[in-house]
Structure formats: C-alpha cells, structure tokens
Design a protein around this ligand. Structure first.
Ligand code: GDP
Ligand code: MN
Length: 346
C-alpha cells in the first residue's frame, strides 16, 4: 500500500532477479520518475526502451511521483509495461508548495526580466517547483526512506543499447556516487547568482570541500568565457540530470542538505531559474571525490535535442558519436571534453 516505505531488499549472492523474489540479487534501488498524467504516452516510450534494453533482466521496481494523484489509466498502462513492482506516490504538499519566504511580486518581476533574456520556462511556476523538488526534496519522500540508489527517467527519452549487467550493483561494487550520460553548458542567465551564493556557502563551510574535488571543472573560463562571466565564475557545465544514476546518501548528507537549504533560502529557484542539473553538478564538484563520478558511456541515450551514442553492436537506432540531430550550433553545447580534461576518465 502506498505510504508504507518498501522493505529494504536484502543483497544475496547469485543472479536470481525474479520480480517478486524478496531474496533476489537486487540491491536497494529504484527507477524513479516525476511525471504528469498527460505525459503517459511519452513515459511509456521511455519505459518500454529501458525495459527492453535493461530492466526486463533485473526487474528493479519503478516509483512514479506526481504532485497530483495518478489516474487509473496511468497506473494500468504503466503496470502493464513491466514485470517489476510499480509504486505510485504523491509529492507531499510541503515539498511542492512555493516556500513561505518567496515573494510572489518579486517572482513576477524576475519573470519579466529573465523572460526578456530568453530564459526558457521562466514564467512557468511549476517548472521552478519541479527543479527545486528534484534538487533537494525527492530524497526526503517517505517512499524512498529505505532506498539507496536511483535511476532517474523522464518521459520521451530513448535508450538504445542492450545493457547486460546490474547497473545499481555495479555502482555499489565500484563505490560510485553518481553516474551521468551527457554533460552540457547551461544558459548563464538562468544561474547568474548561483555561483556567488555557492561561494558564500563555502566561506561559511570550508569543511565541506572534499579532497580530490572537481572545482576546476566548475570554474573553467577558457572554453566559454562569456558563460563564465555571466554566471560570475561558473563555467555552467553540468551533468544533464534528466539522466541520473545515483546514491541518495549523497543528497541526504549534511553537506548537501545544508547547501540546498542555503540555496533554497536565497530564492534562486524562483527569482532565477536554477535547475536541479547545475545545483547537483556544483554539489558533486565540491563535496564529492571526482573519482566517484562515472560516465555511463555504454548507455545509449537521447533526451531531445542531445544523444549519447556509443560505438557498439549492442546499440540500435543511434548514429555512433552523434551528439545532436538538431541545428549544428547545438554541438558546441557538449561540455564532456571539459569534464574529461579536469576529472579524467575513471
Ligand atoms: P525539460 O526536460 O527541462 O524540458 O523539462 P520536463 O518538462 O521534461 O520536466 C522535467 C521532469 O519533471 C519530467 O520528468 C516531467 O515529467 C516532470 N515535471 C515537470 N513539471 C512537472 C509538474 O508540474 N508535475 C509533475 N508531476 N511532473 C512534472
Ligand atoms: Mn525533459
């Protein structure tokens, strides 16, 4: 029944991944998606791809989140798309509502200013709420209380390659905190005070800076100097968070929760359009050892307008090496080379 946190799954030896086996080889993990009822068809597209290429072998549960109740149709059709367990959860009102300290008049003014500067989604209040929830609140959902790893999936994405190993178990066995797939530059106008606020936080909490961090990656100003300037010292390079495979312990840590609270109080989820992608990326770059961040190059993936297309016979429907099928200028948005330069390949 929803509301009850799932029992932690026990890790055992072997390769029994039967969907309802409480002693399966699965570890404590879920595929998760925040999604709207209206996105059902697009979500099924993503779900079918991930089931076909990976999850039908491992049967990790799916957990769907929504700010309003899921429809019966949504539940029926998503249940039919997998053998695995499926959970439907509502985001608590106190995690979704605009926080009391946000001034809606000031929000309105910011919308006018930043819309003029072409910041996408600026007028859409729910987009700001979504970014805030994905940044710091999803891990506090009671339904995830006993879950450690997650794979975030969005509607309308594609998975192209057969993946034959238990990705969650791989994360655990290799002591990884975070796995990404695509790395791009952000619109600097959407995050103009994010780096200054981060610096304030770090001045108060120097103890949170991890050894072997990726701060140089965050501060690069060679490749896109204009971005760095507008974002006041942040390169804007970030892990594209519509794909994330992560260990929630990191987001639940004191360092991250203090950082998130600082940002939340500063108001930039509303007065600017701080995305969960730059917020997560900055936190990972400062509070985590960069060797614990992994590029899943083998997971062929597309979220419009970008791809990750490995060269492998396991991949179908993805042109090797392609980054975008949109306009040519989009190629310059790829900032993976920056990550490799500063963090190396693990
Ligand atoms: P984009 O990828 O930045 O264009 O943003 P999306 O529209 O894909 O939103 C990101 C994720 O949040 C997707 O999984 C959406 O389904 C989800 N999402 C965005 N806004 C809402 C909302 O208001 N309610 C719910 N339930 N999900 C949302
Ligand atoms: Mn999306």
């Amino acid at each position: 029944p929803s509301g009850e946190p799932p029992e932690p799954l026990r890790r055992v030896e072997g390769d029994n991944y039967e969907p309802n086996n409480p002693n399966s080889a699965r570890i404590n993990a879920t595929i998760l998606s925040l999604v709207r009822n209206e996105e059902l068809d697009d979500l099924l597209q993503s779900m079918n791809d991930l089931e076909r290429t990976w999850n039908h072998k491992f049967n990790y549960p799916w957990t769907f989140f929504n700010d309003v109740p899921f429809t019966e149709e949504f539940k029926k059709r998503t249940r039919a798309a997998t053998k695995a367990a499926v959970h439907y959860e509502i985001v608590p009102k106190e995690h979704w509502d605009v926080p009391s300290w946000i001034n809606m008049d000031l929000f309105g003014e910011s919308v006018s200013v930043l819309t003029e500067q072409k910041v996408q989604y600026m007028p859409k209040l729910s987009y700001h709420q979504m970014c805030r929830w994905n940044s710091g609140l999803f891990v506090k959902h009671p339904a995830l209380a006993h879950t450690q790893y997650y794979w975030r999936v969005e509607p309308k994405v594609h998975f192209f390659c057969d993946v034959d190993y238990d990705v969650f178990r791989w994360m655990q066995d290799h002591n990884k905190t975070y796995g990404f797939n695509i790395n791009i530059y952000d619109s600097p106008e959407s995050v103009t005070t994010l780096w200054p606020e981060t610096r304030k936080f770090m001045a108060d909490h120097p103890e949170y800076l991890k050894e072997n961090n990726a701060i140089e990656w965050l501060q690069d100003k060679e490749r896109r100097p204009g971005h760095n300037k507008l974002a006041h010292g942040y390169s804007t390079c970030h892990f594209w968070s519509n794909f994330e495979i992560g260990d929630m312990a990191f987001w639940r840590s004191q360092a991250y929760q203090d950082y998130f609270d600082h940002l939340d109080r500063a108001g930039g989820f509303f007065y600017e359009r701080w995305g969960d992608a730059p917020v997560h990326s900055i936190a990972l770059g400062l509070f985590e050892d960069k060797s614990k961040i992994h590029w899943f190059r083998d997971i062929g993936y597309q979220h419009i307008p970008f791809f990750n297309c490995p060269n492998s016979p396991k991949c179908k429907g993805c042109v090797t090496g392609r980054f975008t099928d949109g306009e040519a200028w989009l190629n310059q948005e790829d900032c993976r080379p920056l990550w490799f330069k500063y963090a190396g390949m693990d």
